[in-house]
Write a protein that binds this ligand. Sequence first.
Ligand code: MG
Length: 455
Amino acid sequence: MDRLIVSVSGVRGTIGGSLSPQTACDFGCAFGTHVGAGKTIVLGRDSRPSGPMIRRAVAAGLQAVGVNVVDLGLLSTPGVGLMTRTLEAAGGVMITASHNPPAYNGIKFLQPHGPSLTAGQAEGLKRLWSDRAWSTVQTDRLGEMRSDQSTHERHRDAVLAITDVQAVRARGFRVVVDSINGAGCTVTPMLLEALGCDVVHLNGTPDGRFAHEPEPVEKNLGDLCKAVAEHDAAAGFAQDPDADRLVVVDETGRFIGEEYTLALCAAFVLRHRRGTLAANLATSRMIDDIAAEAGAEVVRAPTGEANVVEAMQREGCIFGGEGNGGVIDPRVVEVRDSLVGMAMLLQYLAETGKPLSELSGAIPRYALVKTKQPCPAGAIGRIIERTKVELGGETPVRFNEDDGLRADFADAWVSVRASNTEPIMRIFAEAPQRRRAEALVEQVKSIADGVIGQE
Ligand code: MG
């Protein structure tokens, strides 16, 4: 289905289809109106071949409503967030479709200081766009455009500033990185070399030719696993195309699961600092166990980076993120950042002297089953109502409806929610045994099928 998706996560569509340069320009006008004429915003893009075209269209819209643009070039989403804060810009724009296939591109909008727009702000922007509620300015007030190439150095240095560089350098780790020919290609080796690593770089040319499906999940990372074992590396790191997510392969070449990125980093953070953590509602219970052991708390937020960041700001969290491999350290930037994750994990290895397999093996294990299936527009409300009725018989159960529905039982949880960015629903369940998690997913699936069948 090729429709333009406009959500709290930004805009996403296909090139030659729903995401045209005209649409991108309109969103430039709308976002420029949202920040205000005379202000300055920073603009970056990932490595997709359509990036330069969409970037020029967005920039034209911004300039047309009197907003100045600083073009940061080809860089990661956290890099754009960092520069929004560094340059005290009124906002940021990142041209990326994250892990979606090459046919897609998208536009992500950032607040001053870096985090993506809140749900309320995104709703306001969508209204400006659909009402075409902007005024273009005359020649003397057009926005100016200049470029700034300093992001990679600044980003590297911001991550080094929170890392015990000497401890990591002393170990001289060999690491294999798969940057999927995406936005992480340039800055990632800069960071790892500064940390004294011997880097084997797979798919390290930022040309947007994704060498495998770009979502960093096990089935797409066979080459990385093989290379880690072959090169006798301490770790394998995989990024998504805009380098905000990180997943990890242990020293034996085993994919340890995207949920472990946040869990391992949380364990590392709590060795050094006391404070509250944040995670979304779809994130594994591992982080709760790790926090409980350290006497810390975890606050839960609806899915979507903006919601996690909002919870982190509200609760003054020292660290947070999402179970899809997104870690956030607000000292660097309030955006998920694969570079922060790598530096934390390398320091964790250095100071414990333990291999990744042992550190991940020490975390209480759960089976987290993640499925997705098509969801007709408008059906999710009735699916949630029906699920509550049917699961309500099983006691004790605690429902959370901040984001779709999550039902927590004593030993397990199951959630169902409609995606923000695709016409699908996601059903997740987690339990100590895989069989129990699968049964919960099947139960909710058949409830959803029943509801959809009645429509
Ligand atoms: Mg991403």
